[in-house]
Design a protein around this ligand. Structure first.
Ligand code: ZN
Length: 330
């Protein structure tokens, strides 16, 4: 990049000093993560609650077939570390929600959208305004993508543009699919915006909505602004979010759950592995400990304190096993 016109050593330095949060490590997040890593953003926080499945691989290009069954964030961090050892990764296997969004995004410079639901984007939008962090929005389904860059205090926000729009259960990626090439196009635009933000330049999608139709290869741009009636960015931001002090379990695909403690921290996996090894069949890696229970359930415990639990039917069962495993540590 240093040979590029209008790109200086100082710009590269700024990129190396930037922390980007990629929320969602799926179809959009994967190509974005590869680009951010190759370019050399200093620190990348990867937030995703899910595990890698075979059906992901054709578009979620940060994963290999060996990663199937692994937590996405851990697999992504391991693969990306090989691509660029200088980047620091912070993988957080958790479902982003109102009560944890501030903690998850705090300390980052740029939020990059890799999500697949309006519901999660609303949470990210609100947190970006509360934390005063720019939010690069992208959404893609079938052959169509929408993108914009929202800068708190300067532009409108996701809620200004989308109003009350909700997720349409008949129009999800799972229902109508999404073309992998569209995801790469949209992710490249997102990372282009991240470069402009990190280097102090005006993002090209500031106050603009970009639409992509990859079926006809049509790119359109619409001027957008701030809505005075926006319930999110035109009122003082609400600070009344109730924090749960409970362990939460979110259902993933069939028979697996993400279980997360109320506060994400760092746990000593080596120490836990040594203790669990006395009672269970375990497989330990640098970033996770897999516990195979005799009754068939599998628990992947990560250094953030979160776990993916497979082979249980209910959230209660998932939390019970999580507590059982961690009780050995105390
Ligand atoms: Zn707004």
């Amino acid at each position: 990049m240093l040979a590029l016109r209008n790109f200086s050593d100082d710009d590269m330095e700024s990129i190396m000093n930037s922390t980007v949060a990629v929320v969602g490590a799926g179809g959009l997040g994967s190509p974005a993560l590869r680009l951010l890593t190759a370019i050399g953003f200093g620190k990348i926080r990867i937030i995703d609650r899910d595990i890698v499945e075979l059906s992901n691989i054709q578009r979620q290009t940060v994963y290999n077939t060996q990663d199937i069954g692994e937590p996405k964030v851990e697999a992504a961090a391991a693969n990306l570390q090989m691509l660029n050892p200088n980047v620091e990764f912070d993988p957080l296997c958790i479902s982003i929600q109102e009560d944890n969004a501030i903690d998850l995004l705090k300390g980052t410079d740029i939020i990059l959208d890799g999500l697949d639901s309006f519901k999660a984007r609303r949470v990210v939008n609100w947190a970006s305004i509360d934390l005063d962090i720019p939010y690069i929005f992208a959404g893609a389904v079938e052959y169509y993508a929408n993108l914009s860059t929202f800068i708190p205090g300067k532009t409108g926000c996701f809620a200004c543009v989308m109003g009350e729009a909700k997720d349409n259960p008949d129009n999800t990626c799972a229902q109508v699919g999404v073309t992998p090439t569209l995801l790469s196009l949209a992710a490249a635009v997102e990372v282009n915006e991240a470069i402009l933000l990190a280097t102090g330049h005006k993002p090209t999608l500031e106050n603009r909505l970009m639409t992509i139709d990859s079926g006809t290869l049509t790119f359109d741009f619409f001027d957008i602004g701030k809505s005075d009636e926006c319930p999110v960015c035109s009122k003082s931001v609400r600070t009344d979010v109730t924090k749960t002090n409970d362990i939460t379990a979110t259902q993933l695909c069939s028979q697996s759950f993400n279980v997360s403690p109320p506060k994400i921290g760092k746990i000593d996996l080596n120490e836990i592995a040594q203790i669990l090894d006395q009672s269970y069949s375990i497989k330990s890696t640098e970033r996770s400990v897999l516990v195979n229970l005799a009754s068939g359930e599998k628990i992947t415990l990560m250094s953030s304190g979160s776990a993916i639990i497979k082979g249980v039917d209910t959230a209660e069962d998932a939390i019970r096993l999580y507590k059982l495993i961690l009780s050995k540590n105390s």
